[in-house]
Write a protein that binds this ligand. Structure first.
Ligand SMILES: [Zn+2]
Length: 359
């Protein structure tokens, strides 16, 4: 895996990761979402928060359909040997999400994670099956700056392929704290290795993390949106030509319209974000337009909001298949727009548009 950075603007990194995949021929543009062509193995399911208090110096607990399972480094690495992923998150103690993490607990999370990392690196060296897999070192430390910096500096000394900024998922950490920690941690990391983050997915939060030097995101947001019967629908079109005043004005009006609609929906469906529409609503039963006008996905090109509404109310599995197609393509297009905006020096404009729609 090789990272070529072509621009760094105010902490935002634009570049390409090459030599990816089993044959080393895949590439991924940054900032971006992990593509289908790369097999990434993380420890926990990004959409389910884990119960607290089950990790110790020797094992990390994970939860599956069969209940809790304790992973030691040897068990963890034997799973990796069987999977042979392109990238895998190293075993780490990220149990610092409760919002009440003490300095002592944050220190323990860093000590344990570094010890797991050293053991896993040794085991990887002895495993011929894992010579093509890239281990991602994990930065822990909860919301304690001193421990976060120690974790970043120590992990950067090890031969890892990239860094995962863990422990920022959920709502327990204040936004200001999160952004301050992220910016300080990424400043300690080498420029030539990618920075991953878990649990951040909303478009406005994605942009904030990119400004703090994060490169790679997970793509669970389109899945969550699909699961609640929604379609992504937000404006991410910035206008490269400042003279296109008319277009800008209409873009602003769109943003206001979308925000007003979200305001109404928010009251009915609290789990929704302001970046989506709930297609089960009755008003869509006679709406024969595409999910999003101008979207080039298979669903929008071939089906209407009314059809997806009908599939949702009749509990047809096809509803989620079509929504997933749209939501994935829309979300990936949003990332493409971020990269274009970075290339054109228009990220501020894009951020303004996104923030106007965020509630
Ligand atoms: Zn679409």
């Amino acid at each position: 895996m090789k990272l070529n950075l072509c621009r760094v603007v105010n902490g935002c990194r634009l570049g390409t990761l090459t030599n990816l995949g089993k044959k080393g021929v895949q590439a991924m543009e940054l900032p971006g979402c992990i593509p289908d062509s790369v097999l990434y193995c993380s420890i926990h399911d990004p959409i389910a928060l884990c119960p607290h208090g089950y990790n110790n110096n020797k094992t990390i607990s994970i939860w599956g359909c069969g209940g809790r399972m304790e992973l030691s480094t040897s068990k963890f690495m034997s799973i990796q040997r069987a999977l042979q992923p392109d990238w895998f998150q190293c075993l780490s103690d990220g149990d610092t999400l409760s919002g009440e993490t003490s300095k002592k607990r944050a220190k323990k999370s860093v000590d344990r994670s570094l010890s797991f990392l050293d053991e896993c690196l040794q085991l990887q060296e002895k495993s011929p099956e894992l010579q093509g897999s890239v281990m991602i070192g994990v930065i822990e430390g909860g919301d304690v700056m001193e421990e976060r910096l120690r974790s970043a500096k120590e992990t950067a000394k090890r031969p890892v392929g990239g860094f995962l900024l863990d422990g920022f998922q959920g709502n327990t950490m204040a936004k200001e704290t999160r952004l301050k920690l992220l910016a300080s941690v990424t400043a300690e990391l080498p420029e030539d290795k990618p920075r991953f983050i878990h649990g951040i997915s909303r478009p406005d939060e994605v942009l904030e993390c990119i400004e703090s030097g994060v490169d790679v995101f997970e793509s669970f947001f389109p899945y969550q949106v699909t699961e609640r019967g929604c379609a992504l629908f937000f404006n991410y079109s910035y206008h490269p030509d400042p003279e296109e005043a008319v277009l800008k004005e209409s873009g602003d009006q769109d943003a206001v319209k979308i925000r007003d609609e979200k305001n109404k929906n928010e009251k009915c469906y609290p789990e929704m974000t302001s970046f989506e529409i709930y297609l089960k609503e009755k008003k869509y039963q006679d709406d024969f337009g595409p999910l999003v006008s101008g979207c080039s996905c298979y669903c929008c090109q071939n089906h209407s909001r009314a059809y997806v509404h009908h599939l949702l109310v009749t509990n047809e599995m096809l509803a989620h298949v079509l929504l997933m197609i749209h939501n994935f393509q829309y979300y990936f297009s949003f990332f493409r727009s971020i990269r274009d905006a970075l290339r054109d020096d228009r990220l501020t404009q894009l951020k303004e548009i996104i923030c106007r729609q965020a509630l």
